[in-house]
Design a protein around this ligand. Structure first.
Ligand code: SAM
Length: 276
């Protein structure tokens, strides 16, 4: 159901919301594009949604129009009056929290599972994603629909053997399905950033048994921290890793980027067994 609100351009002008680069502000104003992003998680009618960085509220409006109950965290106090105007017509379905998303204990905001949908500020986007991917499993979130710079989106969905494959690919894929839902050109944003963007969609799947996220996290950090080096060198500092590699039959002269997600899971499993 459409909300009766003025065009976003007028809202931005009325509240003097000149974009601040330091806050990663690149706004989306095209309501068709915003509605398309709000459709990525599926049917949101009556669903709880967590939005980081609503800014002037373009995506927030699209989510509300899709029927969602939105809780949004925004750091820039200048945006709050514009967001209050949306809340005033949203009939109790929009809660805005002023604050830094890196400091918010989001899972306590929702009694059940929530979809996370956000056009993320580029400076904290990857850190937030890594936090969400390291949640207790099954996670408190039902799905992630997130705008990233295209280069980061490519890393999230990359397969082993490709240049983009790395720690982020493994963390995003070992117990989730990660896809690029849509590509978004730079010109869709105001102001237009220098790079292209993409919306990624991540849904949780069952976690492999016997592997703790902390083990996989440390393993991939060591392996990809020195991605040009052979694994027998990069994993030297991780107790038990060389032996685990031998046990699962991974040749120590290989480089991290050649090991599949399943290979890292096997290795983490073995490492965990030997350290227990
Ligand atoms: N959602 C709006 C849109 O799509 O047009 C704005 C997206 S803009 C890329 C990122 C937003 O995140 C900005 O409104 C910015 O003020 C906000 N932001 C930046 N850092 C933040 C943080 N640490 N916590 C919460 N919001 C933040």
């Amino acid at each position: 159901m459409p909300l009766n609100l003025p065009p976003l351009r007028d809202v931005i002008a009325a509240h003097g919301l000149a974009a601040k680069k330091s806050l990663g502000q690149n706004f989306l104003l095209d309501s068709n594009l915003l509605a398309k992003i709000a459709r990525v998680p599926g049917d949101l009618d009556g669903a709880a949604v967590y939005e980081v960085g609503p800014g002037p509220g373009g995506l927030t409006r699209a989510l509300l129009e899709a029927g969602a109950d939105v809780t949004a965290v925004e750091r820039d106090a200048r945006c709050l009056p514009a967001l209050s105007e949306i809340a005033a017509v949203a009939e109790g379905r929009l809660t805005v929290i002023e604050g830094d998303a890196m400091q918010v204990e989001e899972r306590h905001l929702f009694p059940g599972r929530a979809h996370i949908v956000a056009n993320l500020p580029y400076n904290v986007g990857t850190a937030l994603l890594v936090n969400w991917l390291q949640a207790d499993w099954p996670p408190w979130w039902a799905s992630l629909t997130l705008m990233f710079q295209r280069e980061v989106a490519n890393r999230i969905v990359a397969e082993s053997g490709s240049a983009a494959y790395g720690r982020l690919s493994v963390l995003a894929q070992w117990r989730s399905r990660a896809t690029i839902a849509m590509k978004v050109p730079a010109r869709a944003f105001v102001p237009a950033p220098k790079v292209e963007s993409a919306v990624i969609h991540i849904t949780p799947i069952e976690a492999p048994a016997g592997v703790a996220v902390g083990t996989l996290s440390r393993l991939t950090e060591a392996a990809f921290g020195q991605r040009r080096k052979m694994l027998r060198t990069s994993l030297k500092g991780l107790p038990g890793a060389i032996e685990a590699m031998e046990k699962v039959g991974i040749d120590g002269t290989r480089r991290a980027e050649t090991i599949s997600v399943a290979g890292f899971v096997d290795l983490a499993h073995e490492l965990q067994k030997s350290n227990n």
